[in-house]
Design a protein around this ligand. Sequence first.
Ligand code: GLP
Length: 247
Amino acid sequence: MRILNVANYDEMSQKAAELVIERIRRNPHISLGLATGGTPVGLYAQLVRDHQLNHTTYQHVTTFNLDEYLGLSSDDPNSYRYFMDKHLFDHIDIQKTNTYIPSGDFKNPEQQSKDYEDLLRSKGGVDLQILGIGSNGHIGFNEPGTPFQSETHIVELTPSTREANARFFNSLHEVPTHAITMGIGSIMRSKEILLLISGDQKRDALMQLLRGEITENFPASMLKTHPNVTIIADEAATGSHPHSTKL
Ligand SMILES: N[C@@H]1[C@@H](O)[C@H](O)[C@@H](COP(=O)(O)O)O[C@@H]1O
């Protein structure tokens, strides 16, 4: 894993955008894996800005989102479809039919999980996966204890994840109890991974990732076995001054 240590959230977003834009320009047919949550919002804003200023095109780009809450319709402001439209897709020239997000429909979620995994495979998988991290080490919605080989599946969210995400809802009560998520095995198949970590509330998770063992109790630890991972972390998360390190 390569870690780029930056000063703050804005610099993290800027550096991440530079990397993503470079990959898109190198391969206009790239398949991007996308994350939600607070962490990538600044990155998406930078991609929109670059599209407006420099006309980087998404005409041939395909995207796969990591996860979706179960039980929220696509027009619910807390659904990840709504989030992606609002922060990125509505402001770039991507074809919406090329943007895939797991369905949060309650009807037959097991089949939907299988269909999403089949879709990922049939489209050739993800070239560049963007990830955030939960303070318990979750990636996507793969909570501690998820098998490393897992593919897209239904999860029951832990109380800590529901509490962390309650800030986007009116109350904790409204946060769905279940979600559909790409598995750790699905994420690990992507050719390249960009992990963004910002804020002192993520410091323990970053330290655990860098110094801890590889264990299913800390899902992100599996990333240490991936051959092409870049972490961009800000000073609040690393607790040190900006510099780059090869780990
Ligand atoms: N499912 C998402 C993850 O994809 C995200 O990376 C993580 C961190 O979120 P945030 O960036 O808001 O801290 O939690 C959420 O639950």
